[in-house]
Design a protein around this ligand. Structure first.
Ligand SMILES: [Zn+2]
Length: 213
């Protein structure tokens, strides 16, 4: 981990220790998940047990605590290497961003006369700052049908689906890790397009494609 990554890890720690890790550990202890693993960046993961995955169909990330669907394509134990793992990693990074924001807000409030406890609660609450994204997506899209699909689901189902899928943090994670283009006959993600454009500017795109795609 770089120094910067370590700083972000430390800033996110109040949320990680009180919410992210307990979420994964409790799910395992209570029999909802299995297969505890550590990943780079201090990320603790597990896999939903099959019975629970039939009820809850999603891989679910809470900062540095991530629980994957049993059908998820996962790579080696100690690395982050599949598209889904990269997707969940974006959510981890988003929580780090929010904890940095809440630390700054807490500090400003402390300087402005708030008590240490009030400032600390504001700092800790940074992990909750994604919740307004869901509400905003619900207000923005309502129960709108997905374009081009004949959508027979109830309004409530479409609304909750839009709140989840159309939230800006979810759209960002999908956009960065889904295959959204093609280079040299290979489907590529946003990240790969960025790296390919660097290789192109350096004049070694062909070699980059051979090595990476
Ligand atoms: Zn996601």
């Amino acid at each position: 981990m770089t120094v910067g990554r370590k700083v972000l890890f430390a800033i996110a720690l109040p949320w990680t220790l009180t919410v992210s890790y307990p979420y994964v550990l409790l799910a395992v202890c209570l029999g909802f998940a299995r297969d505890l693993r550590w990943h780079p960046g201090g990320v603790l993961t597990a896999t939903w047990r099959t019975w629970w995955a039939k009820i809850w169909h999603f891989s679910t990330t809470v900062g540095k605590g991530q629980i994957f669907h049993p059908s998820a394509d996962r790579g080696a134990e100690d690395s982050v290497d599949t598209r889904l793992e990269f997707h969940e990693q974006r959510h981890d990074f988003q929580v780090e961003d929010l904890m940095l924001l809440s630390l700054l807000l807490g500090t400003i409030c402390l300087i402005g006369g708030a008590t240490l406890v009030q400032a600390a609660i504001l700092y800790w609450s940074g992990g909750l700052f994604q919740i307004p994204n869901f509400l905003a997506a619900g207000l923005r899209y309502g129960p709108a049908e997905q374009e081009g699909l004949e959508d027979k689901r109830s309004d409530l189902k479409r609304l909750t689906d839009n709140m989840y899928r159309q939230s800006e943090h979810e759209r960002s994670a999908y956009a960065q890790t889904d295959l959204i283009g093609e280079i040299g006959g290979h489907d590529v993600s946003w990240d790969e397009i960025q790296r390919a454009s660097v290789a192109y500017r350096k004049g070694n795109l062909k070699a980059w494609i051979a090595d990476n795609l």
